[in-house]
Design a protein around this ligand. Structure first.
Ligand SMILES: Nc1ncnc2c1ncn2[C@@H]1O[C@H](COP(=O)(O)OP(=O)(O)OP(=O)(O)O)[C@@H](O)[C@H]1O
Ligand SMILES: [Mg+2]
Length: 310
């Protein structure tokens, strides 16, 4: 549904998006995850025809965004980072206005359907100025969906709204995945994990990793961490014993026990138990410490920065 090939955007010397290639399949929700300034909005603006790429191109439902930009735009619903708001319009009036811009001659039926879909039908006669931020986000979603596009592109739809409304917007995005191909951006890792089928991690205009959130964790996890508490040994004795186990990379004191990092793919639990028993100590606790997508992200982003000598 979306196929980007070498999308690049330069602002003078700055390369905001640097040869980015990816695809979004029908029924798939893909997250563009990256920190501020990573190039998320710029990528989306190129896809939606708001500005031309400096290099590369993309196809949306088979339509080239440069050669066939009108058809490509028709296939997309876009919710921008900052939604243009007309405070004195009613909810219904605003969506009808967008529907007409999108070439729908008799918008009433479309407007009703889309407002029901985003749960704003009860507010159809409310002035936009009287909506909460979360409701405005849903209004932005309705605007993006009114012409029933095959592809939906949402730029950080949960920014600046309260936690309850964040949950609602995330649910709405998940719901969209049933009917549309969805590309949505976020800088929140847990959000990408909750909402997306696949995540593209972008930093400084480069895609630095890609995969389903679970796969990403497996691929990129630097290793496994265990938390171990040993009884009957001094801290030095316990640390020496753990450090000597093959596959252990580091041992750090943490509370009454140790955080033990091991090489990826090694399972030292059996060895820990055996060594502790053999030395006459007792194993009081042993458990895995899961590294979060947050750790992976920091790791990747710092690796990317180091590679560039920053
Ligand atoms: N119109 C512009 N002119 C010059 N530089 C720009 C312009 N728009 C964006 N940039 C720069 O391009 C880079 C990417 O910006 P972009 O807005 O795409 O990032 P983003 O990932 O959307 O960030 P955020 O999470 O803050 O929204 C940044 O360094 C930004 O300063
Ligand atoms: Mg942005």
């Amino acid at each position: 549904m979306i196929e980007a090939e070498g999308l690049t955007k330069r602002y003078g010397k700055l390369v905001a998006v640097d040869h980015v290639s990816f695809s979004v399949q029908p029924g798939e929700i893909v997250g563009l995850l990256g920190p501020n300034g990573a190039g998320k909005t710029t990528t989306m603006r190129m896809l939606t025809g708001f500005m031309p790429p400096s290099e590369g191109t993309a196809r949306v439902v088979g339509h080239d965004i440069i050669e066939d930009s009108m058809a490509a735009r028709r296939a997309i619903g876009y919710m921008p980072e900052r939604i243009p708001i007309y405070p004195d319009m009613t909810v219904r009036g605003y969506i009808a206005f967008w529907a007409r811009l999108r070439g729908i001659r008799r918008p009433a039926g479309h407007v009703e359907a889309v407002l029901k879909r985003v749960d704003l039908y009860d507010r159809r006669d409310t002035l936009i100025r009287q909506l909460s931020k979360g409701m405005r986000q849903r209004l932005g979603l309705a605007q993006a969906l009114v012409h029933e596009p095959e592809v939906v592109i949402l730029d950080e739809p949960t920014i600046g709204i309260d936690p309850q409304q964040v949950i609602e917007v995330r649910e709405s995005v998940r719901e969209l995945g049933r009917k549309h191909a969805v590309l949505f951006s976020t800088h929140i890792l847990t959000e990408a994990e909750q909402v997306c089928d696949r995540v593209l991690i972008i930093n400084k205009g480069h895609i630095v990793a890609e995969g389903d959130p679970g796969e990403l964790r497996q691929q990129l996890e630097p290793g496994t961490q265990l938390y171990v508490v040993i009884g009957g040994a001094s801290a030095d004795q316990a640390a020496a014993l753990l450090s000597a186990i093959p596959g252990v990379i580091s041992v750090e004191v943490q509370g009454e026990g140790f955080n033990v990092s091991t090489q990826a793919g090694t399972d030292i639990r059996g060895a820990v138990f055996a060594q502790v028993s053999a030395a006459g100590y007792s194993l009081l606790e042993i458990r895995a410490v899961a590294s979060t997508l947050e750790d992976i992200f920091l790791n990747l982003v710092s690796r990317d920065s180091q590679a560039e000598g920053v």
